[in-house]
Write a protein that binds this ligand. Sequence first.
Ligand code: UD1
Ligand code: CA
Length: 458
Amino acid sequence: MEQIMVLILAAGEGKRMKSKYSKVVHKACGKPIIKWVCNAAKEAGIEEATVIIGHQAEQVRECLGEDYNYVYQYQQLGTGHAVMQAEDILSKRDGLVFILYGDTPLITGDTISKTIDYHITQGYVVTVVTAEVENPAGYGRIVRDSKGNVLKIVEHKDASPEELKIKEINSGMYCFSIKHLLLALKELKNNNNQGEYYLTDTLEILINKGFKVGAYVVEDPEEILGVNDRIQLYQVSQILRKRICIRHMKEGVTIIDPSNTYIDAEVKIGIDTVIYPEVILEGNTVIGEDCVIGPNSRIINSKVGNNVQIQNSVIISSSIGDGASIGPFAYIRPESVIGENVKIGDFVEVKKSIIGNRTKIPHHSYIGDAEIGENTNIGCGVITVNYNGKEKNKTIIGNNAFVGCNVNLVAPVKVSDNSYIAAGSTITETVPEYSLAIARERQINKENWVIKKGMHRR
Ligand code: UD1
Ligand code: CA
Protein backbone atom coordinates (compact mmCIF):
# COMPACT_ATOMS: atom_id res chain seq x y z
CA MET A 1 0.00 0.00 0.00
CA GLU A 2 0.99 3.59 -0.54
CA GLN A 3 2.64 5.57 2.20
CA ILE A 4 0.00 7.61 4.01
CA MET A 5 -0.15 10.19 6.78
CA VAL A 6 -2.92 12.26 8.33
CA LEU A 7 -3.10 15.97 8.80
CA ILE A 8 -5.56 17.19 11.41
CA LEU A 9 -6.71 20.81 11.33
CA ALA A 10 -7.25 22.12 14.84
CA ALA A 11 -6.06 25.71 14.95
CA GLY A 12 -9.49 27.35 14.88
CA GLU A 13 -10.87 29.33 17.77
CA GLY A 14 -14.17 27.58 18.55
CA LYS A 15 -15.81 30.77 19.84
CA ARG A 16 -19.27 29.29 20.03
CA MET A 17 -18.22 26.82 22.73
CA LYS A 18 -17.89 29.82 25.08
CA SER A 19 -15.10 27.99 26.86
CA LYS A 20 -11.72 28.55 28.45
CA TYR A 21 -10.62 25.33 26.81
CA SER A 22 -9.87 24.48 23.24
CA LYS A 23 -12.94 23.08 21.49
CA VAL A 24 -11.18 19.88 20.49
CA VAL A 25 -10.17 18.89 24.03
CA HIS A 26 -13.79 18.86 25.21
CA LYS A 27 -14.82 15.29 25.85
CA ALA A 28 -17.46 13.14 24.21
CA CYS A 29 -18.05 9.85 26.07
CA GLY A 30 -14.96 10.44 28.16
CA LYS A 31 -12.61 10.99 25.23
CA PRO A 32 -11.42 14.36 23.87
CA ILE A 33 -13.04 15.13 20.52
CA ILE A 34 -9.71 15.26 18.72
CA LYS A 35 -8.73 11.85 20.10
CA TRP A 36 -11.77 10.32 18.45
CA VAL A 37 -10.44 11.70 15.17
CA CYS A 38 -6.92 10.39 15.81
CA ASN A 39 -8.30 6.97 16.74
CA ALA A 40 -10.36 6.78 13.55
CA ALA A 41 -7.15 7.35 11.59
CA LYS A 42 -5.43 4.63 13.62
CA GLU A 43 -8.32 2.25 12.95
CA ALA A 44 -7.72 2.86 9.26
CA GLY A 45 -4.11 1.81 9.84
CA ILE A 46 -2.56 5.28 9.62
CA GLU A 47 -0.03 5.75 12.39
CA GLU A 48 1.62 9.01 11.43
CA ALA A 49 -0.26 12.20 12.23
CA THR A 50 0.53 15.89 12.07
CA VAL A 51 -1.75 18.28 13.92
CA ILE A 52 -2.13 21.94 12.96
CA ILE A 53 -2.58 23.95 16.14
CA GLY A 54 -3.04 27.65 16.88
CA HIS A 55 -5.66 28.73 19.39
CA GLN A 56 -4.93 27.18 22.80
CA ALA A 57 -2.24 25.20 21.07
CA GLU A 58 -0.61 23.98 24.28
CA GLN A 59 -3.87 22.50 25.56
CA VAL A 60 -4.25 20.48 22.38
CA ARG A 61 -0.65 19.37 22.53
CA GLU A 62 -0.93 18.32 26.15
CA CYS A 63 -4.12 16.43 25.41
CA LEU A 64 -2.67 14.37 22.56
CA GLY A 65 0.87 13.95 23.85
CA GLU A 66 4.12 13.79 21.96
CA ASP A 67 3.35 10.86 19.67
CA TYR A 68 2.20 13.41 17.09
CA ASN A 69 3.91 16.06 14.98
CA TYR A 70 2.72 19.59 15.64
CA VAL A 71 2.71 22.54 13.32
CA TYR A 72 1.72 26.03 14.47
CA GLN A 73 -0.63 28.25 12.53
CA TYR A 74 -0.32 31.58 14.31
CA GLN A 75 -3.04 33.35 12.35
CA GLN A 76 -6.08 31.49 11.09
CA LEU A 77 -6.28 32.62 7.48
CA GLY A 78 -8.32 29.67 6.24
CA THR A 79 -8.21 25.91 5.79
CA GLY A 80 -5.84 26.21 2.82
CA HIS A 81 -3.52 28.42 4.85
CA ALA A 82 -3.61 25.86 7.66
CA VAL A 83 -2.41 23.12 5.32
CA MET A 84 0.30 25.43 3.89
CA GLN A 85 1.88 25.50 7.36
CA ALA A 86 2.66 21.81 6.97
CA GLU A 87 4.43 22.24 3.62
CA ASP A 88 7.82 21.37 5.15
CA ILE A 89 6.58 18.06 6.51
CA LEU A 90 4.60 17.28 3.36
CA SER A 91 7.41 18.04 0.96
CA LYS A 92 9.62 15.45 2.70
CA ARG A 93 7.08 12.77 1.86
CA ASP A 94 5.57 10.82 -0.96
CA GLY A 95 2.27 9.08 -1.22
CA LEU A 96 -0.99 10.23 0.31
CA VAL A 97 -2.21 12.57 3.01
CA PHE A 98 -5.63 12.28 4.59
CA ILE A 99 -6.89 15.63 5.87
CA LEU A 100 -9.28 15.63 8.82
CA TYR A 101 -10.72 18.22 11.21
CA GLY A 102 -10.07 18.01 14.91
CA ASP A 103 -13.73 18.74 15.63
CA THR A 104 -15.49 15.94 13.72
CA PRO A 105 -15.34 12.98 16.09
CA LEU A 106 -17.89 10.78 14.32
CA ILE A 107 -15.69 9.96 11.33
CA THR A 108 -14.92 6.23 11.32
CA GLY A 109 -11.83 4.27 10.39
CA ASP A 110 -14.03 2.38 7.97
CA THR A 111 -14.94 5.53 6.02
CA ILE A 112 -11.31 6.65 5.93
CA SER A 113 -10.24 3.23 4.57
CA LYS A 114 -13.03 3.16 1.99
CA THR A 115 -12.17 6.66 0.80
CA ILE A 116 -8.51 5.69 0.37
CA ASP A 117 -9.45 2.53 -1.57
CA TYR A 118 -11.79 4.53 -3.78
CA HIS A 119 -9.16 7.23 -4.30
CA ILE A 120 -6.57 4.67 -5.39
CA THR A 121 -8.81 2.54 -7.61
CA GLN A 122 -10.24 5.63 -9.37
CA GLY A 123 -6.80 7.14 -9.90
CA TYR A 124 -7.76 10.54 -8.48
CA VAL A 125 -5.26 13.11 -7.26
CA VAL A 126 -7.75 14.24 -4.63
CA THR A 127 -10.91 12.64 -3.29
CA VAL A 128 -13.17 14.74 -1.11
CA VAL A 129 -15.47 13.06 1.41
CA THR A 130 -19.01 14.33 0.89
CA ALA A 131 -22.50 13.73 2.23
CA GLU A 132 -26.03 14.24 1.00
CA VAL A 133 -27.93 16.22 3.62
CA GLU A 134 -31.40 17.72 3.95
CA ASN A 135 -30.13 21.03 5.29
CA PRO A 136 -26.86 22.03 3.58
CA ALA A 137 -26.81 25.57 5.03
CA GLY A 138 -23.34 26.76 6.02
CA TYR A 139 -21.44 24.00 4.24
CA GLY A 140 -19.45 24.14 1.04
CA ARG A 141 -21.41 22.64 -1.90
CA ILE A 142 -20.09 20.04 -4.34
CA VAL A 143 -20.63 21.28 -7.90
CA ARG A 144 -20.74 18.50 -10.51
CA ASP A 145 -21.23 18.55 -14.28
CA SER A 146 -24.09 16.81 -16.09
CA LYS A 147 -22.08 13.55 -16.15
CA GLY A 148 -21.55 13.69 -12.42
CA ASN A 149 -17.89 14.69 -12.51
CA VAL A 150 -16.80 16.98 -9.68
CA LEU A 151 -16.06 20.49 -10.96
CA LYS A 152 -15.42 22.46 -7.78
CA ILE A 153 -16.46 23.19 -4.22
CA VAL A 154 -18.19 26.47 -3.59
CA GLU A 155 -18.50 27.92 -0.11
CA HIS A 156 -21.97 28.83 1.15
CA LYS A 157 -20.98 32.49 1.34
CA ASP A 158 -19.73 32.51 -2.25
CA ALA A 159 -22.48 30.36 -3.79
CA SER A 160 -25.03 31.45 -6.42
CA PRO A 161 -28.74 30.85 -5.72
CA GLU A 162 -28.57 27.78 -7.99
CA GLU A 163 -25.53 26.40 -6.15
CA LEU A 164 -27.18 26.96 -2.78
CA LYS A 165 -29.80 24.36 -3.79
CA ILE A 166 -27.16 21.60 -3.99
CA LYS A 167 -27.55 19.07 -1.19
CA GLU A 168 -24.22 17.35 -1.56
CA ILE A 169 -21.85 19.04 0.88
CA ASN A 170 -18.14 19.07 1.60
CA SER A 171 -17.23 17.29 4.84
CA GLY A 172 -13.85 19.04 4.92
CA MET A 173 -12.06 15.68 4.80
CA TYR A 174 -9.96 14.69 1.82
CA CYS A 175 -7.51 12.15 0.55
CA PHE A 176 -4.79 13.95 -1.42
CA SER A 177 -1.78 12.86 -3.38
CA ILE A 178 0.85 14.90 -1.53
CA LYS A 179 2.64 15.92 -4.72
CA HIS A 180 -0.55 17.36 -6.19
CA LEU A 181 -1.64 19.02 -2.98
CA LEU A 182 1.68 20.91 -2.82
CA LEU A 183 1.29 21.91 -6.44
CA ALA A 184 -2.18 23.35 -5.85
CA LEU A 185 -1.28 25.12 -2.59
CA LYS A 186 1.21 27.25 -4.50
CA GLU A 187 -1.61 28.76 -6.54
CA LEU A 188 -4.13 29.29 -3.77
CA LYS A 189 -5.52 32.83 -3.51
CA ASN A 190 -7.78 34.52 -0.98
CA ASN A 191 -9.92 36.55 -3.36
CA ASN A 192 -13.26 35.38 -1.96
CA ASN A 193 -16.03 36.68 0.29
CA GLN A 194 -14.17 35.75 3.48
CA GLY A 195 -10.69 36.78 2.36
CA GLU A 196 -9.44 33.31 3.34
CA TYR A 197 -7.23 30.75 1.67
CA TYR A 198 -9.75 28.00 0.96
CA LEU A 199 -8.43 24.46 0.82
CA THR A 200 -11.53 23.72 -1.24
CA ASP A 201 -10.15 25.76 -4.15
CA THR A 202 -7.40 23.20 -4.67
CA LEU A 203 -9.89 20.94 -6.47
CA GLU A 204 -10.64 23.47 -9.21
CA ILE A 205 -6.94 24.32 -9.53
CA LEU A 206 -6.08 20.65 -10.08
CA ILE A 207 -8.96 20.11 -12.52
CA ASN A 208 -7.77 23.09 -14.55
CA LYS A 209 -4.36 21.44 -14.73
CA GLY A 210 -6.01 18.35 -16.20
CA PHE A 211 -5.94 16.09 -13.13
CA LYS A 212 -8.76 13.78 -12.07
CA VAL A 213 -10.52 14.63 -8.82
CA GLY A 214 -13.41 12.76 -7.22
CA ALA A 215 -15.83 12.63 -4.33
CA TYR A 216 -16.62 9.78 -1.98
CA VAL A 217 -20.16 10.02 -0.60
CA VAL A 218 -20.44 8.66 2.96
CA GLU A 219 -23.22 6.15 3.62
CA ASP A 220 -24.16 7.84 6.86
CA PRO A 221 -24.09 11.66 6.80
CA GLU A 222 -23.88 11.80 10.60
CA GLU A 223 -20.20 10.85 10.29
CA ILE A 224 -19.31 14.37 9.18
CA LEU A 225 -21.08 16.22 12.00
CA GLY A 226 -18.79 18.75 13.59
CA VAL A 227 -18.76 20.25 17.06
CA ASN A 228 -19.05 24.04 17.04
CA ASP A 229 -21.09 24.58 20.20
CA ARG A 230 -22.24 22.62 23.23
CA ILE A 231 -25.50 21.61 21.60
CA GLN A 232 -23.55 19.86 18.87
CA LEU A 233 -21.27 18.39 21.54
CA TYR A 234 -24.38 16.83 23.07
CA GLN A 235 -25.66 15.60 19.70
CA VAL A 236 -22.35 14.04 18.81
CA SER A 237 -21.99 12.48 22.27
CA GLN A 238 -25.42 10.90 21.93
CA ILE A 239 -24.44 9.26 18.66
CA LEU A 240 -21.13 8.04 20.09
CA ARG A 241 -22.90 6.74 23.19
CA LYS A 242 -25.28 4.72 21.05
CA ARG A 243 -22.38 3.32 19.01
CA ILE A 244 -20.61 2.26 22.22
CA CYS A 245 -23.72 0.52 23.60
CA ILE A 246 -24.33 -1.28 20.31
CA ARG A 247 -20.74 -2.50 20.27
CA HIS A 248 -21.09 -3.94 23.79
CA MET A 249 -24.45 -5.52 23.00
CA LYS A 250 -22.94 -7.17 19.91
CA GLU A 251 -20.19 -8.52 22.14
CA GLY A 252 -22.58 -10.15 24.62
CA VAL A 253 -23.53 -7.52 27.18
CA THR A 254 -27.20 -6.94 28.02
CA ILE A 255 -28.03 -3.24 28.23
CA ILE A 256 -31.62 -2.78 29.29
CA ASP A 257 -32.01 0.79 28.05
CA PRO A 258 -29.11 2.02 25.89
CA SER A 259 -30.60 5.49 25.57
CA ASN A 260 -30.17 5.91 29.32
CA THR A 261 -26.80 4.23 29.75
CA TYR A 262 -23.55 6.19 29.72
CA ILE A 263 -20.48 4.16 28.91
CA ASP A 264 -17.16 5.83 28.15
CA ALA A 265 -15.19 4.89 25.07
CA GLU A 266 -12.49 2.82 26.80
CA VAL A 267 -14.66 0.81 29.20
CA LYS A 268 -14.53 -2.99 28.90
CA ILE A 269 -17.41 -5.27 29.91
CA GLY A 270 -17.50 -9.10 30.03
CA ILE A 271 -20.19 -11.26 28.46
CA ASP A 272 -23.54 -11.92 30.14
CA THR A 273 -23.25 -8.86 32.33
CA VAL A 274 -26.50 -6.93 32.64
CA ILE A 275 -26.48 -3.14 32.78
CA TYR A 276 -29.56 -1.41 34.19
CA PRO A 277 -30.72 2.10 33.23
CA GLU A 278 -28.96 5.25 34.42
CA VAL A 279 -25.65 3.48 34.87
CA ILE A 280 -22.52 5.57 34.22
CA LEU A 281 -19.29 3.71 33.52
CA GLU A 282 -16.33 6.05 33.18
CA GLY A 283 -12.66 6.16 32.33
CA ASN A 284 -10.78 2.90 32.04
CA THR A 285 -13.29 0.87 34.04
CA VAL A 286 -13.25 -2.87 33.44
CA ILE A 287 -16.27 -5.00 34.37
CA GLY A 288 -16.13 -8.80 34.37
CA GLU A 289 -18.61 -11.44 33.22
CA ASP A 290 -22.03 -12.25 34.72
CA CYS A 291 -22.24 -9.04 36.72
CA VAL A 292 -25.41 -7.11 37.40
CA ILE A 293 -24.81 -3.37 37.45
CA GLY A 294 -27.99 -2.04 39.01
CA PRO A 295 -29.66 1.28 38.30
CA ASN A 296 -28.03 4.62 39.11
CA SER A 297 -24.57 3.24 39.64
CA ARG A 298 -21.53 5.30 38.75
CA ILE A 299 -18.24 3.45 38.37
CA ILE A 300 -15.10 5.44 37.59
CA ASN A 301 -11.64 4.02 36.72
CA SER A 302 -12.35 0.81 38.60
CA LYS A 303 -11.95 -2.90 38.09
CA VAL A 304 -14.93 -5.10 38.84
CA GLY A 305 -14.51 -8.91 38.80
CA ASN A 306 -16.95 -11.59 37.64
CA ASN A 307 -20.36 -12.28 39.22
CA VAL A 308 -20.45 -8.98 41.05
CA GLN A 309 -23.77 -7.34 42.01
CA ILE A 310 -23.81 -3.57 42.28
CA GLN A 311 -26.87 -1.51 43.08
CA ASN A 312 -27.27 2.27 43.22
CA SER A 313 -23.66 2.80 44.23
CA VAL A 314 -20.65 4.95 43.46
CA ILE A 315 -17.26 3.30 42.99
CA ILE A 316 -14.14 5.35 42.28
CA SER A 317 -10.62 4.11 41.42
CA SER A 318 -11.05 0.85 43.31
CA SER A 319 -11.22 -2.86 42.63
CA ILE A 320 -14.04 -5.24 43.47
CA GLY A 321 -13.39 -9.00 43.71
CA ASP A 322 -15.38 -11.81 42.11
CA GLY A 323 -18.74 -12.58 43.66
CA ALA A 324 -18.91 -9.38 45.72
CA SER A 325 -22.15 -7.56 46.37
CA ILE A 326 -22.15 -3.78 46.64
CA GLY A 327 -24.97 -1.51 47.77
CA PRO A 328 -27.61 -0.28 47.46
CA PHE A 329 -26.27 3.17 48.29
CA ALA A 330 -22.65 2.27 48.94
CA TYR A 331 -19.79 4.68 48.31
CA ILE A 332 -16.45 3.08 47.53
CA ARG A 333 -13.76 5.76 47.45
CA PRO A 334 -10.33 5.69 45.78
CA GLU A 335 -7.71 3.03 46.49
CA SER A 336 -10.10 0.56 48.02
CA VAL A 337 -9.60 -3.14 47.37
CA ILE A 338 -12.72 -5.19 47.98
CA GLY A 339 -12.05 -8.96 48.13
CA GLU A 340 -13.96 -11.89 46.70
CA ASN A 341 -17.48 -12.60 47.92
CA VAL A 342 -17.43 -9.56 50.16
CA LYS A 343 -20.72 -7.93 51.04
CA ILE A 344 -20.80 -4.15 51.26
CA GLY A 345 -24.39 -3.27 52.07
CA ASP A 346 -26.54 -0.18 52.23
CA PHE A 347 -25.15 3.21 53.30
CA VAL A 348 -21.61 1.95 53.69
CA GLU A 349 -18.69 4.22 52.85
CA VAL A 350 -15.31 2.63 52.27
CA LYS A 351 -12.25 4.81 51.78
CA LYS A 352 -8.71 3.63 50.94
CA SER A 353 -9.27 0.31 52.65
CA ILE A 354 -8.56 -3.34 51.97
CA ILE A 355 -11.42 -5.70 52.70
CA GLY A 356 -10.55 -9.44 52.84
CA ASN A 357 -12.50 -12.20 51.12
CA ARG A 358 -15.95 -13.14 52.53
CA THR A 359 -15.99 -10.24 54.98
CA LYS A 360 -19.35 -8.55 55.49
CA ILE A 361 -20.07 -4.89 56.12
CA PRO A 362 -23.81 -5.03 55.65
CA HIS A 363 -25.13 -1.64 56.79
CA HIS A 364 -24.43 1.97 57.80
CA SER A 365 -20.67 1.95 58.31
CA TYR A 366 -17.70 4.18 57.64
CA ILE A 367 -14.51 2.25 56.95
CA GLY A 368 -11.54 4.52 56.21
CA ASP A 369 -7.79 3.77 56.08
CA ALA A 370 -8.49 0.23 57.27
CA GLU A 371 -7.23 -3.25 56.54
CA ILE A 372 -9.78 -5.90 57.31
CA GLY A 373 -8.99 -9.62 57.04
CA GLU A 374 -11.10 -12.49 55.75
CA ASN A 375 -14.47 -13.73 56.95
CA THR A 376 -14.91 -10.89 59.42
CA ASN A 377 -18.28 -9.41 60.31
CA ILE A 378 -18.63 -5.68 60.76
CA GLY A 379 -21.90 -4.88 62.54
CA CYS A 380 -24.34 -2.16 61.65
CA GLY A 381 -23.07 1.34 62.34
CA VAL A 382 -19.41 0.50 62.91
CA ILE A 383 -17.16 3.50 62.40
CA THR A 384 -13.41 3.73 61.99
CA VAL A 385 -12.38 6.92 63.75
CA ASN A 386 -9.49 7.50 61.37
CA TYR A 387 -9.01 11.25 61.74
CA ASN A 388 -7.90 12.97 64.93
CA GLY A 389 -8.19 16.46 63.52
CA LYS A 390 -4.59 16.47 62.34
CA GLU A 391 -3.77 13.21 60.67
CA LYS A 392 -5.31 10.02 59.30
CA ASN A 393 -4.58 6.79 61.19
CA LYS A 394 -4.97 3.15 60.30
CA THR A 395 -7.30 0.53 61.67
CA ILE A 396 -6.21 -3.10 61.34
CA ILE A 397 -8.81 -5.81 61.82
CA GLY A 398 -7.85 -9.50 61.51
CA ASN A 399 -9.57 -12.59 60.13
CA ASN A 400 -12.75 -14.15 61.57
CA ALA A 401 -13.35 -11.17 63.84
CA PHE A 402 -16.78 -9.99 64.94
CA VAL A 403 -17.24 -6.27 65.50
CA GLY A 404 -20.59 -5.58 67.16
CA CYS A 405 -23.03 -2.88 66.16
CA ASN A 406 -22.20 0.79 66.65
CA VAL A 407 -18.58 0.23 67.58
CA ASN A 408 -16.11 3.13 67.28
CA LEU A 409 -12.62 1.98 66.37
CA VAL A 410 -10.35 4.87 67.36
CA ALA A 411 -7.31 4.63 65.10
CA PRO A 412 -4.50 3.75 65.23
CA VAL A 413 -5.91 0.53 66.62
CA LYS A 414 -5.70 -3.21 66.04
CA VAL A 415 -8.40 -5.84 66.34
CA SER A 416 -6.79 -9.30 66.31
CA ASP A 417 -7.94 -12.47 64.54
CA ASN A 418 -10.85 -14.41 66.10
CA SER A 419 -11.80 -11.66 68.54
CA TYR A 420 -15.19 -10.16 69.38
CA ILE A 421 -16.14 -6.60 70.25
CA ALA A 422 -19.34 -5.94 72.15
CA ALA A 423 -21.90 -3.63 70.59
CA GLY A 424 -21.59 0.05 71.41
CA SER A 425 -17.92 -0.13 72.41
CA THR A 426 -15.42 2.61 71.76
CA ILE A 427 -12.17 0.76 71.15
CA THR A 428 -8.90 2.59 71.76
CA GLU A 429 -6.53 -0.29 72.49
CA THR A 430 -5.52 -3.53 70.80
CA VAL A 431 -8.10 -6.31 71.07
CA PRO A 432 -6.14 -9.56 71.62
CA GLU A 433 -6.88 -12.79 69.76
CA TYR A 434 -9.80 -14.95 71.08
CA SER A 435 -10.92 -12.22 73.49
CA LEU A 436 -14.10 -10.22 73.86
CA ALA A 437 -13.63 -6.47 74.23
CA ILE A 438 -16.32 -4.42 75.96
CA ALA A 439 -15.75 -0.70 76.29
CA ARG A 440 -18.91 1.00 77.47
CA GLU A 441 -20.73 2.03 80.67
CA ARG A 442 -22.78 -0.67 82.38
CA GLN A 443 -26.51 -0.18 82.30
CA ILE A 444 -28.23 1.06 85.47
CA ASN A 445 -32.01 0.60 85.96
CA LYS A 446 -33.56 3.12 88.42
CA GLU A 447 -36.64 1.25 89.66
CA ASN A 448 -39.99 3.11 89.85
CA TRP A 449 -38.27 6.30 88.69
CA VAL A 450 -41.25 7.25 86.50
CA ILE A 451 -43.67 7.03 89.40
CA LYS A 452 -41.44 8.87 91.87
CA LYS A 453 -40.80 11.70 89.44
CA GLY A 454 -44.41 11.90 88.21
CA MET A 455 -43.23 11.43 84.66
CA HIS A 456 -46.22 9.36 83.40
CA ARG A 457 -46.88 10.02 79.75
CA ARG A 458 -50.66 9.64 80.04
C1 UD1 B 1 -15.04 24.21 5.87
C2 UD1 B 1 -15.03 24.05 4.35
C3 UD1 B 1 -16.45 23.76 3.87
C4 UD1 B 1 -16.98 22.53 4.55
C5 UD1 B 1 -16.89 22.68 6.06
C6 UD1 B 1 -17.26 21.39 6.73
C7 UD1 B 1 -13.26 25.49 3.51
C8 UD1 B 1 -12.92 26.76 2.85
N1 UD1 B 1 -14.53 25.26 3.75
O1 UD1 B 1 -15.81 25.36 6.16
O2 UD1 B 1 -16.46 23.58 2.47
O3 UD1 B 1 -18.32 22.30 4.17
O4 UD1 B 1 -15.57 23.02 6.47
O5 UD1 B 1 -17.29 21.53 8.11
O6 UD1 B 1 -12.37 24.69 3.78
N2 UD1 B 1 -9.02 25.65 10.68
C9 UD1 B 1 -7.70 25.89 10.98
N3 UD1 B 1 -7.11 27.04 10.54
C10 UD1 B 1 -7.79 27.96 9.81
C11 UD1 B 1 -9.15 27.69 9.53
C12 UD1 B 1 -9.73 26.55 9.98
O7 UD1 B 1 -7.05 25.07 11.64
O8 UD1 B 1 -7.17 28.96 9.44
C13 UD1 B 1 -9.65 24.42 11.18
C14 UD1 B 1 -10.69 24.71 12.24
O9 UD1 B 1 -10.14 24.60 13.54
C15 UD1 B 1 -11.72 23.62 11.98
C16 UD1 B 1 -11.58 23.31 10.51
O10 UD1 B 1 -10.33 23.81 10.12
O11 UD1 B 1 -11.46 22.43 12.70
C17 UD1 B 1 -12.68 23.90 9.67
O12 UD1 B 1 -12.67 25.29 9.78
P1 UD1 B 1 -13.99 26.15 9.70
O13 UD1 B 1 -13.62 27.56 9.77
O14 UD1 B 1 -14.99 25.63 10.66
O15 UD1 B 1 -14.46 25.82 8.19
P2 UD1 B 1 -15.87 26.11 7.60
O16 UD1 B 1 -15.99 27.55 7.29
O17 UD1 B 1 -16.90 25.48 8.43
CA1 CA C 1 -16.94 24.38 10.91
